[in-house]
Design a protein. Sequence first.
Length: 327
Amino acid sequence: MKQVEVAKKRNLVFVGHHGSGKTSLIESILYYTGVTERLGRVDDGNTFSDYLDEEKDKKITISSKLLHCSYKGHEINIIDTPGYSDFLGEIKGAIHAADGAVLVINAQSGVEVETEKVWNFLNEYGLPRVVVINKMDKEHADFDKCLTSLETILKASVCPVRMPLGKESDFKGVIDLVANKVLTFDAKGAVAKTDEIPADLMDEVEEYRQKMIERSVETDDSLMERYFADEPISDDEIRGGLKTGAMAGNLVPVLVTSATNCIGIPSLLDGLLNYLPDPLQRQTFKMIEPDAEETDEAIKEEGPGIGFVYKSSNDPFVGKISLIRVF
């Protein structure tokens, strides 16, 4: 069995309002990374993760699924969660087990009711997160409107690190604000071409890019000093500052995709590696004295990386459920 160091692992939960495209996005990731040889569709009932008969019939995710892929020498564990509030137990249990979260937003509608609920769950568990604005190829898709809804409704401190190249039927690629390049993709999702920023988009892209750099250097006094002294900041330093801010909850990196057309998938995966923590970086445990009652407990054993989280609850339809996570 191949051994991968812990720093090259990611344990991520995908959450969002039903219909935002979580399952389709994961399907595109699995297709691009070679886990599956065909791109399944939710409407066709043949996606890799929605395999239950009821899920195929209703075309929704009912239970959380654990999926896996490899990318650039990293191992990524993905939990696909339901989008309906009827399955809140599934969603909260999955969030409890992850080190980072991917909040998927429908580009047509922005923040919706279930988006607010899962956002509050992420806040409750202090989970670092990125936002993916999906379905940029659909009618009425609006990147700026989505950003506004994130800021006004969720009070999210969003920081776009990718911009869409076009929208609706003209959505054909992604602008990487860190590398300051345009990326277009082939039918399987691989980067087909890397181009310079078009002249007609230069001013808008530069405005977004400067805001992103300012958010990045705010996380490090030495970077800020160099920035104000007009010294160059490398792309890796920008990414490092953004990750520091994301892990501290001071900013939320934003990416863009079209899952059904496999646009932006490697760019998304790069974002997951660059901006979300590995298990060693995630601060999980709190010291709480256990009491005699059945309550949530978090216990930490002394020693590097040794401990467990225990959560017990009673489900009215199933009975007592216990979730145990071992490190």
